[in-house]
Design a protein around this ligand. Structure first.
Ligand SMILES: NC(=O)c1ccc[n+]([C@@H]2O[C@H](COP(=O)([O-])OP(=O)(O)OC[C@H]3O[C@@H](n4cnc5c(N)ncnc54)[C@H](O)[C@@H]3O)[C@@H](O)[C@H]2O)c1
Length: 306
């Protein structure tokens, strides 16, 4: 199939593009390299440097390639930046997806896959783990723009018959994650430990997240690519881990006894987040395979090898 992977120079998109290409698909990556890196781009994949909000460029690409599938990973994904500049967040995450969807509808793209969030979209949870029917009450412009993206997808599905796949990711971790962003605690901590530096945990470190390994996320994308219908599903482990425990596993992998420092808690930070993968298991036969300690060790080793 002819597949456009947006954000394919980034962490998750590059792994997904690599897998699709290895399966024999014809993959084109569109990425503006704002947080992505050229060295992440897999061999044998065509790379176009540009912005998803550049309508002329997007239209030209779709006309040239008549993509059958769009796998949309490009985004403004810094929650704090979305708070400081909600208009920029909306420009990339809402205008960006509309630009792609308009072009997709025009050339008859069959399927649109979207990397949404299973953290920010639910907000503070009413129950744990959250399933896909949990109320969506995002408490950041980023969560709101991802939710808006889902709603636009649904509209194009109804109006234009495009099949839609919404993947609500938990906290994804693994090799190639950018350690210089605001999110991606394992990448940030691994990068510091490799340099022998102490890490700083925000607040008491008892805030929890659901950590899902990149290999499992790639597998979810691969299964959803072949899934004939439309679906919105969580991609998480259903297990909650706090930052103290996470650091303990990482310190074991790094064989260090450096103690973490504690900084002030981040105002407005979600306290607990964990999502159920029951729907994906039932429909796509997907389940997370990687044990957290093993995934952390693999991630740490990838930062050592750099
Ligand atoms: N990493 C996670 O834990 C996580 C969790 C939930 C959802 N997601 C979603 O998954 C997707 C990928 O995240 P990631 O962790 O790989 O981040 P990333 O920053 O590594 O990848 C994003 C990519 O998009 C590109 N990009 C950004 N704005 C663009 C624009 N306007 N035009 C073209 N390219 C642009 C960046 O250069 C980068 O290569 C995002 O949509 C994110 O919201 C990630």
């Amino acid at each position: 199939m002819r597949i456009l992977v947006t954000g394919g120079a980034g962490f998750i998109g590059s792994h997904v593009a690599e897998n699709f290409s290895q399966q024999g698909h014809q993959v084109v990556i569109l990425d503006n390299l704002s947080t992505g890196r050229r060295e992440n781009i897999p061999d044998g994949v065509e790379f176009v440097e540009g912005d998803i909000t550049d309508k002329a460029l997007v239209d030209k690409l779709f006309t040239e390639h008549a993509f059958e599938v769009v796998n949309h990973h490009a985004a403004q994904m810094d929650i704090r930046h979305s708070v400081e500049d909600p208009a920029f967040d909306a420009q990339v995450n809402i205008i960006g997806i509309i630009t792609l969807l308009q072009a997709a509808a025009r050339v008859g793209t069959k399927k649109f896959m979207f990397a949404s969030t299973g953290g920010a979209i639910y907000g503070e949870q009413d129950y744990f783990p959250a399933d896909e029917n949990h109320p969506t009450n995002p408490i950041s412009p980023y969560g709101i723009s991802k939710l808006a993206g889902e709603k636009y997808l649904y509209y194009y599905h109804v109006q234009h018959g495009i099949k839609i796949v919404v993947m609500r990711y938990a906290n994804v971790y693994g090799p190639r994650q950018n350690p210089f962003g605001e999110a991606g605690v394992l990448a940030i901590f691994s990068h510091l430990l490799v340099q022998g530096k102490q890490v700083t945990i925000n607040g008491d470190g008892l805030q929890t997240r659901d950590y899902i390994y990149i290999g499992d996320v790639v597998q979810a994308n691969a299964l959803a690519l072949d899934w004939p219908g439309s679906i919105t599903f969580n991609v998480g482990t259903g297990k909650e881990t706090n930052v103290i425990t996470l650091y303990k596993y990482l310190a074991e992998a790094a064989e260090t006894d450096l103690a973490p420092l504690h900084g002030p808690a981040k105002p407005g930070e979600q306290q607990r987040s964990v999502i159920s993968h029951e729907l994906a298991t039932k429909t796509l036969s997907w389940k997370p395979e990687m044990a957290l300690q093993e995934g952390i060790a693999l991630t740490y080793r990838s930062f050592v090898a750099k």
